[in-house]
Design a protein around this ligand. Structure first.
Ligand code: KIV
Length: 269
């Protein structure tokens, strides 16, 4: 009988237990290679449907198909050993009914080997979150700016600028926690509101363009690496991958043009 080394990944209860504790570190990743690097530092890695825009040049996340999420989810699971892997449920794969959501969430979990799924929506998704969690699917919720609803919201707009809208977003956080979500992404919400949600919500809040007071933070990896031409204002850019790749490609092109390549003799000697 073969003996397998157990892989000890961060678990869903371990993330849930970090409420009010050591800040949770998370990033997105869409492929095995970057995921292997992120795995050394992140508590969880999100295979976000932002991959549609970041990797596939789409204008929004609305067009991202389920199979694409599964393909990238598999790659990230294969490239990692430690972090909890959360895969986004794409637009159209869960809103129709709790049973449609279950079928697609189960497919994501079975085919990728991820540990949890994420879906967008607060109060309106509470019944579905409860249905999934009761049936063994851990759910991370996502409230505030929910990119899959950008057509309804009129673009990617910060939420809660008008204090009159605060209660609805606070209610969303409460509803997803009561439904059994183990954590909630709070995206694009004014700072004092995100801090207030974090104080009142019993599950960890993961901020993105929200507040340093959240229980954890997430960024899109390519944004913080400086790979994208445009990054949202709130993103602190830690790398200069875009210019670095450009320099490398330009140097390669120069070498090709000036025939500055090692000869076959040198390579295979
Ligand atoms: O799709 C994504 O990358 C996300 C994060 C921005 C939270 O949902």
């Amino acid at each position: 009988m073969s003996k397998q080394t157990p892989i000890r990944r961060t678990t869903v209860p371990q993330i849930a237990a970090r409420k009010g504790g050591e800040p949770i570190v998370s990033l997105t990743s869409y492929h095995a290679h970057t995921a292997a690097i992120v795995d050394n530092y992140a508590d969880f890695i999100l295979v976000g449907d932002s991959l549609g825009m970041v990797m596939h040049g789409m204008e929004s996340t609305v067009g991202v198909p389920l199979d694409l999420m599964i393909m990238h989810g598999k790659a990230v699971v294969r490239g990692t050993k430690k972090a909890l892997i959360v895969v986004d449920m794409p637009f159209g794969s869960y809103e129709e009914s709790p049973s449609v959501a279950f079928r697609n969430a189960a497919k994501i979990m079975k085919e990728t080997g991820c540990g949890a799924v994420k879906l967008e929506g607060g109060k309106r998704m509470a019944e579905t979150i409860h249905f999934l969690v009761e049936r063994g699917i851990p759910v991370m919720a996502h409230i505030g700016l929910t990119p899959q609803s950008s057509h309804v919201m009129g673009g990617f707009k910060t939420q809660g600028r008008d204090e009159a809208g605060w209660d609805a977003i606070i209610e969303d956080a409460k509803a997803v926690a009561e439904a059994g979500a183990f954590s909630v992404v709070v995206e694009g919400v004014v700072e004092p509101l995100a801090a207030k949600i974090t104080k009142s919500c019993p599950i960890p809040t993961i901020g993105i363009g929200a507040s340093a007071d959240c229980d954890g933070q997430i960024l899109v990896l390519e944004d913080m690496l400086g790979l994208n031409e445009w990054t949202p204002k709130f993103v602190k850019v830690y790398g200069d991958l875009g210019p670095a790749i450009e320099r490398a490609v330009a140097a390669y092109a120069d070498d090709v043009k000036s025939r500055a390549f090692p000869s076959e003799d040198e390579v295979y000697r």
